[in-house]
Design a binder for this molecule. Structure first.
Ligand code: FES
Length: 175
């Protein structure tokens, strides 16, 4: 049975109140649903539509447009490794290969232990610290190498929250 708690409904209503059109609250409401259920099934999307009192088709359209919304049941942790221009040249592709081998992923990128999945990302906007990965729509890991990949996986496995990395400014004199 798919339901939101009173606190979750209140949170969604706060988003509704920010906009003149309730459809504008679809994205944050989907986010709340994904955080709760792990992915967005048809039932979860219907719950979002009913809670917001908007058309299911609208909710479905938004959810299926963005890759950050998961439309299938997926492992808990997602590693999105940038293999675009700069990262691709600075080791992103090798990192991706290492990650796949280390986690023993299948052809869909799902790890053998069922905890991780891996996929390539387009530019994540942090080219100056290439190669970069984003973890489950949240933290970035910069200047990736094999030991950093291992460390990140160990932290995630043991439930340690990833911290924001302090990136030294290399270009401080630039205007
Ligand atoms: S190319 Fe990887 S963050 Fe820009």
């Amino acid at each position: 049975m798919y339901t939101f708690t009173d606190a979750e409904i209140q949170e969604i209503q706060k988003h509704v109140a920010k906009y003149p059109d309730r459809n504008s609250a679809i994205m944050p409401a989907l986010w709340i649903a994904q955080e709760k259920f792990g992915w967005l099934s048809a039932e979860a999307m219907k719950l979002v539509a009913d809670t917001l009192d908007v058309a299911y088709a609208r909710v479905y359209g938004v959810a299926t447009f963005y890759t950050m919304y998961f439309k299938k049941e997926v492992p808990k942790h997602l590693f999105e490794v940038c293999t675009c221009f700069t990262c691709g040249e600075c080791g992103g592709k090798e990192t991706m290969k290492f990650l796949r081998e280390y986690l023993e992923t299948d052809e869909k990128g799902f790890s053998k232990d069922g905890l991780f999945w891996v996929r390539e990302a387009e530019c994540l906007g942090a080219c100056d610290t290439a190669p970069v990965a984003q973890i489950t729509n949240s933290r970035y890991v910069h200047n990736l190498n094999e030991s950093k990949v291992r460390l990140t996986i160990d932290k995630l496995r043991s439930g340690v929250e990833l911290e924001y990395e302090q990136i030294p400014l290399t270009n401080q004199n630039a205007i």
